[in-house]
Design a protein around this ligand. Structure first.
Ligand SMILES: [Zn+2]
Length: 305
């Protein structure tokens, strides 16, 4: 352990992460860089969270922020040890706040995502709330590598594992696990800060979210740092708490949907009472979750065919 840390420190150079956190606000955004471990930094304020592992071969970056924040994000990343080169960029899903900087950050780098995310970005998709089609992103912003289930790579002796989180938030969610640093990027499948969001038309639903949370608990251990798309890194116990709450709501939903209740009935029945957290818009969550149940009605219980 000591030997590995020594090698890592010398590879990163004297600049290391000692001066963190720093702020980057050249164009009015409030981008901040905080240390997660000796080799991993969390950039906040550029849309969704951006996580960066410094290796001797350059950065491994998870998510590329919102479209308008790219220049400040690039400055923040360039300030990191070995930040002059991005080796690999992962997208945890296809939403704008995770993929807005793909073209700029992906220059000379591999862009890795789940196949569904690659398809969404390269083909476009329908947005029902706005009644319009989102156009494909430029070819240079599209993932260059995709996977269906799991994958693993080694970058400068750092193990990077990644895998699908089926229907956790969209249809293209994935985790990225920096195994040696024990830091797990979970995208929007864990939501400590904002209300959990289910992009029901984009393929997310509560059942998928519960399964994803179970998988993330199984992957990590008591010392794992889980980094969500919004908010600070959380511990395994926090993920467990969100999983238990999600399962509780899921089970209440199954019962009420089977009785034929509407989303408004379900909300009025108090499904969001005693969830152990504060919600900014619990009714919206119920409506989004309900639409997901509607799409999965034939899988809720074995006696429904
Ligand atoms: Zn999202």
């Amino acid at each position: 352990m000591i030997r590995r840390r020594t090698i890592l420190k010398s590879a990163l150079g004297a600049a290391a992460m000692a001066a963190l956190p720093r702020a980057f606000a050249a164009s009015g955004s409030k981008i901040e860089v905080a240390k997660v471990t000796d080799s991993i930094a969390l950039v906040t304020g550029a849309g969704g969270n951006v996580l960066a592992l410094s290796t001797a071969d350059g950065l491994v970056v998870v998510d590329s922020g919102a479209p308008g924040a790219t220049m400040d994000l690039q400055a923040a990343l360039a300030s990191l040890p070995n930040g002059n080169k991005i080796r690999t960029l992962f997208n945890t899903h296809w939403h704008h706040e995770q993929t807005g900087g793909n073209e700029a950050l992906g220059k000379g780098a591999a862009i890795v995502a789940h196949e569904k995310t690659r398809q969404r970005l390269s083909i476009g998709y329908y947005l029902p709330a706005e009644d319009r089609y989102e156009k494909p992103v430029p070819v240079a912003a599209q993932p260059t590598e995709s996977f269906y289930t799991t994958g693993e790579t080694k970058i400068a002796n750092q193990r990077v594992e990644y895998g699908y989180l089926l229907e956790a938030h969209t249809d293209g969610d994935c985790y990225v696990y920096f195994r040696d640093a024990n830091v797990l990027a979970v995208g929007d499948a864990v939501s400590p800060l904002r209300d959990p969001e289910l992009d029901w038309f984009g393929g997310g639903w509560l059942g998928g979210r519960v399964d994803a949370l179970d998988l993330l608990l199984k992957l990590g251990n008591a010392n794992t740092k889980y980094v969500p798309s919004y908010g600070a890194a959380v511990a395994r116990a926090d993920v467990q708490k969100e999983r238990d709450m999600s399962l509780k709501i899921f089970e209440r939903f199954v019962e009420l949907v089977r009785k034929g209740q509407s989303a408004d009935d379900i909300f009025a029945a108090g499904i969001m009472n005693d969830t152990g957290r504060t919600w900014s818009d619990p009714k919206l969550f119920v409506h989004d979750a309900f639409k997901g149940f509607w799409a999965h009605h034939n899988t809720l219980m074995p006696d429904i065919v």
